[in-house]
Ligand binder design. Structure first.
Ligand code: SF4
Length: 356
């Protein structure tokens, strides 16, 4: 048994921020069953293994993005048939958030296809944060790059999480995006931390990267201090009209390995099984939960990519005996649980009202 495999199997897992590439590659190279066992062991030390946190993601401004992310249907440089939408009215966002809450989501994420928010956009997004927060949900936004001042404004309005992915390894990055640098991304994550918000940051695999790039991406994420509270691992959804539409598929086991290695390296983070889920069968999703994924998005769209219908998710949770994670409102006088596991009534509602 390798040194790495022994150290991660111990009971007292400390959080490390000094992972080197060789150690991460050694984890990826473990026999599959050993890797899964270690990931599940780490997972159970920090989480209820039968609970999954559930978020809903709403696109509040769609398409016409000036950035050149080669995987993205929303880039103005990619010739996709996406319908563009300008910034949604604040009331529409509140309606969507209420429905998401009724359907069992504990966190409402709002995403805008911007390079960065402009000064004229800020009053609207701040109102969105305040209104969704007032519903008793956790709030998350992804708006592109943020200045220190914008991050502070969002935190003051009540934003809990900010999502900004590293996307891929620093080595593969220039093959995927040229209009902002890796350091720009790290700077935004730094501004989010300085403002006192939680960080949601992960990446996309299946971008034509090598396996060493997947190890390098996870090393970047794990070596952030503190580590991101939420780590979305996305499987590329190939979109016609993007430069990556014909890239080779990633082997399913390589994706599951990514989840397991992320779980081992970031033991206290929620690892989110994110885009690409609609192409995964139930057995593959179950394997991802076993590898330590404990967060998903509900709803039929992930920004613009397909996501499994909510009722399918509920059916899968029932088959696996998984409950949705509860959220405690730390701002309340007592520990008031603001969102409980989905009730039978909500289950039946989901079958008639499945998508946002
Ligand atoms: S991933 Fe985000 S920043 Fe990149 S093109 Fe798409 S919407 Fe724009």
């Amino acid at each position: 048994m390798s040194e790495v495999s022994m150290s991660v199997g111990e009971n007292n897992v400390s959080i490390r921020h000094n992972w080197n590439l060789k150690e991460v590659q050694a984890l990826f190279a473990l026999p599959f069953n050993d890797l899964m066992f270690q990931a599940q062991t780490v997972h159970r030390q920090h989480f209820n293994a039968n609970e999954v946190q559930v978020s809903t993601l709403l696109s509040i401004k769609t398409g016409a993005c000036p950035e050149d992310c080669k995987y993205c249907s929303q880039s103005a440089r990619n010739k996709t048939d996406l319908e563009k939408e300008s910034l949604l009215a604040v009331e529409k966002v509140f309606e969507a958030a209420k429905r998401a809450k009724e359907m069992g989501s504990t966190r409402f994420c709002m995403g805008a296809a911007w390079r960065n928010p402009k000064a004229r956009d800020m009053p609207y997004v701040l109102d969105m944060v305040k209104g969704v927060k007032a519903l008793g949900m956790e709030t998350c936004m992804t708006l592109g790059m943020l200045t220190e001042d914008q991050a502070q404004q969002l935190q003051t309005a009540g934003l809990d999480y900010y999502n900004h992915n590293l996307d891929t390894s620093p080595e593969h990055y220039n093959q995927i995006i040229t209009t902002r640098t890796y350091q720009d991304r790290l700077d935004t994550l730094g501004n989010v931390r300085t403002a006192g918000m939680k960080v949601c940051s992960g990446g996309i695999v299946g971008l034509g990267e090598k396996s060493v790039d997947r190890a390098s991406l996870l090393a970047q994420l794990a070596n952030l201090s503190p580590q991101p509270e939420s780590v979305p691992i996305n499987m590329l959804v190939k979109v016609e009209g993007t430069p990556l539409e014909n890239v080779d598929d990633l082997e399913s086991f390589d994706f599951i390995r990514c989840i397991a290695v992320a779980r081992i390296m970031m033991p206290k983070s929620h690892v989110r099984l994110s885009a690409g889920r609609s192409a995964m069968n139930e057995q593959m999703q179950a394997m991802c939960f076993l590898a330590g994924a404990n967060s998903i998005f509900y709803g039929c769209k992930l920004l613009t990519a397909e996501n499994p219908e909510t009722n399918q998710d509920i059916a899968l949770f029932e088959k696996l005996g998984i409950n949705t994670e509860t959220v405690v409102d730390e701002t309340a006088d007592s520990d008031r649980v603001v969102q409980t596991a989905i009730s039978d009534q909500q289950h039946s509602d989901l079958f008639t009202n499945a998508a946002l």
